[in-house]
Design a protein around this ligand. Sequence first.
Ligand code: ZN
Length: 178
Amino acid sequence: MINDPLALELIHEVIDEEDEASISIVECLIKGKVTDEEIAESTEIRLNIVRRVLYKLYDAGLASYKRSKDPETQWYTYTWKFEPSRVKHMINRRHEEIIAELKNILDYEENNMFFACKNNDHRCSFEEASENGFICPKCNGEMEYMDNTPVIRQIKEELNIYESYGFEVDFQTAESNS
Ligand SMILES: [Zn+2]
């Protein structure tokens, strides 16, 4: 049902429930059960937990609801709807943040020279190393020039993964599943 690992991770974060079964509340909603009672009945999860999860989804913008009044009983009914587009949006936004952060790091790595302690317990920029007289502040060992090409390559690979992935999340909704 929720077959995208990123979407699943995001939903887990949002509902923040210890109980793994809580995800079935979300899946039930996606499948088209629209009221808290229907979901509670179908999942056999207590109504108050179902409601709590639904409101967490709502708070995060991942679900919306409509309120309607029963003309006979005068009671309000809430019909819920999952919002897959918001999931995509949130994942995309998160990726954009990560990409921006990685670009900052890449920029720093590409525009600085690095030194590392020969005991391998400290790494710093040229400026920092020269301020310390090329002596490691942790162990007084010697600081030596360190080629950061592998670091740069790793950042670029990571950037590539984020830039080429996740902008079209495959997210099955009730419609596409039937
Ligand atoms: Zn050291």
